[in-house]
Design a protein around this ligand. Structure first.
Ligand code: NAG
Ligand code: NAG
Ligand code: NAG
Ligand code: NAG
Length: 497
């Protein structure tokens, strides 16, 4: 015997939704929710190549800075085709809360390089030479100049994380080297995070460093015996926290859908790229950045820029087919996917049929109904209900025979890092029964039983986000729906911020 509330709900159903066939009976969604068939954007490679021609990421050891300075944090030199101000930090570009540099990234000495070999020699001692002006300059030191001290330079280079190239040269008429700095040496050893060639010896000095004395001509700086030593390859980067390597290194950049934009950074720094992806605002259609492609632009044989392209769809090597254009060659291309803590967030693991079926629980998700409710949270195999693929979840009685809110929760708790911020992201569609009936539809996001976000009202698949803090083992739940104001969910992700 149905309870009075249930009878009332049934009566309400009959009045308001006589023509509706519920999802449990394979009803078709309201026709108003026509799918958005706009193709997902792909990279504008011409803009990237054009921007590579505008930025200048090349530098030498400065004449006025002391030796042994800390390696500066990676900076952003361009965003989406616009060259940024000098010294623009990653944090300044990140919109979200991902501005903390993870402790593991700082001063990482795990990847010491040895095996530097000479890649070019300096000119004979008496002749003016030039030092390297190249990308990914890190820092410099001076070594004892009693001899042309290659060994001391290379020994020092091995202590600089990510150093793969040094340029060793004498710099004359530098007042600070000659009189101020304690080392009293003019033999400079400059470290780089990328490998440079003699073609990049373009800094001939010519700067005034000595003080003016009376009307004497100030002697200008000049350089001699500028040689270069390099390792075979760049340092293999550690995979950034919260990501996994999808492919690379290859000579092809992604030309994949779901492109959100790009930034140039001043070093090949996968952690910086991950931070930019984490901090990139959401795309209204696709949601958060879920993938980045980092690659080096080599223009006419010279390393020129480090590109970080961001995507809301995960790409792979099959679309890494942009090898460059004109003088620009793509090198060291790697793809990294952001790791979601939500298991089977797309509900694609439920494959009990090949056409139409549903269940209250599968291996990764559990649906529950309150007392007196039936099938108030279910998992469907039926492509027309899904945002992507064939699976989705439904909140609200599948057969429409009660108006209770259902609860959907992962079968296993979410393994988080205590104290760490995460963003729960999913797509909700409350359009099945049309705008009038669905006006009251809603879904709440609960984190350990506490409401942390949600959405109400009629909508076709749209992004919903909630920022949460991990405790180590956390319970996520989606609570909502009230047939016939059903709510579908799809593409649930939980990303570290
Ligand atoms: C950028 O940083 C360098 C080194 O910290 C500093 O010498 C320079 O003045 C800065 N440039 C600008 C425009 O702030
Ligand atoms: C950033 O963090 C603050 C405080 O924790 C929060 O109020 C805000 O919503 C967060 N912003 C984003 C974009 O996550
Ligand atoms: C070594 O460096 C010092 C300081 O710059 C300079 O005065 C001296 O002449 C240099 N010696 C040689 C041999 O180049
Ligand atoms: C400086 O210039 C004056 C005249 O212009 C000249 O008489 C004098 O010898 C010069 N001094 C030096 C050190 O060259």
């Amino acid at each position: 015997m149905p309870s009075p509330t249930r009878l009332f709900a049934l009566a309400a159903l009959l009045v308001s939704a006589t023509a509706l066939v519920p999802p449990g009976h394979q009803g078709l969604p309201n026709q108003a929710s026509t799918p958005d068939n706009t193709p997902a954007p792909t990279p504008d490679n011409a803009v990237i190549a054009d921007t590579a021609g505008q930025v200048n990421q090349k530098s030498s050891a400065p004449i006025d800075a002391p030796p042994n300075a800390d390696v500066a944090a990676t900076t952003v030199t361009a965003v989406d085709g616009t060259v940024t101000d000098a010294n623009t930090t990653i944090a300044a570009v990140s919109a979200g809360n991902s501005t903390r540099r993870r402790a593991v990234d700082v001063g990482r000495f795990g990847k010491r390089q040895s095996g530097f070999e000479q890649v070019f020699a300096g000119l004979p001692a008496g002749q003016h030479d030039a030092s390297i002006e190249g990308t990914a300059y890190l820092t410099y030191t001076v070594v004892n100049n009693a001899t042309y001290n290659v060994d001391a330079c290379l020994a020092w280079a091995a202590t600089i994380p990510n150093c793969v190239f040094v340029n060793l040269y004498y710099e004359f008429n530098n007042e600070l080297l000659d009189f101020v700095f304690s080392e009293k040496s003019n033999l400079k050893c400059a470290a780089y995070g990328d490998i440079h060639s003699a073609a990049e010896k373009t800094n001939f000095g010519g700067q005034a460093s000595y003080s003016q004395v009376g009307n004497a001509t100030v002697p200008l700086t000049y350089i001699t015996q500028s040689s270069g030593f390099a390792t075979k390859n760049l340092v293999d980067p550690d995979t950034p926290e919260g990501y996994e390597l999808v492919f690379g290194p290859t000579g092809g950049a992604n030309n994949a859908p779901g492109y959100m934009g790009f930034a140039f950074i001043d070093k090949y720094d996968v952690d910086a790229c991950a931070q930019l992806c984490n901090g990139r605002g959401v795309d209204p259609v696709g949601g958060s950045c879920q993938y980045f492609n980092i690659w080096r632009a080599v223009v006419s044989g010279v390393p020129t820029a480090y590109t970080c392209s961001m995507y809301y769809l995960v790409a792979d090597e099959s679309t890494a087919v942009n090898y460059g254009q004109g003088d620009l060659v793509v090198t060291l291309s790697r793809g990294y996917a952001r790791r979601s803590l939500a298991i089977d967030g797309g509900f694609e693991g439920y494959t009990a049929c090949g056409d139409f079926c549903f269940t209250v629980s599968d291996a990764t998700w559990t649906g529950t109904s309150p007392a007196g409710g039936d099938d108030d949270a279910t998992i469907f195999f039926f492509p027309p209900y899904a945002r992507t693929g064939h699976g989705s979840a439904l909140l609200g009685a599948a057969f429409g025979d009660d108006a209770h809110a259902g609860t959907l929760t992962p079968a296993a708790p979410i393994a988080t890092v205590a104290g760490r911020q995460y963003v729960v992201q999913f797509f909700a569609d409350s359009s099945f029964s049309g705008a009038t009936i669905e006006a009251t539809a809603g879904v709440e996001v609960h984190w350990n039983g506490k409401k942390v976000g949600g959405v109400t009202g009629f909508q076709t698949y749209g992004l919903v986000q909630a920022v949460v803090v991990g405790t180590g083992s956390d319970k996520l739940s989606f609570v909502g729906g009230a047939a016939p104001a059903w709510v579908f969910l799809d593409d649930v992700s939980i990303f570290a911020l």
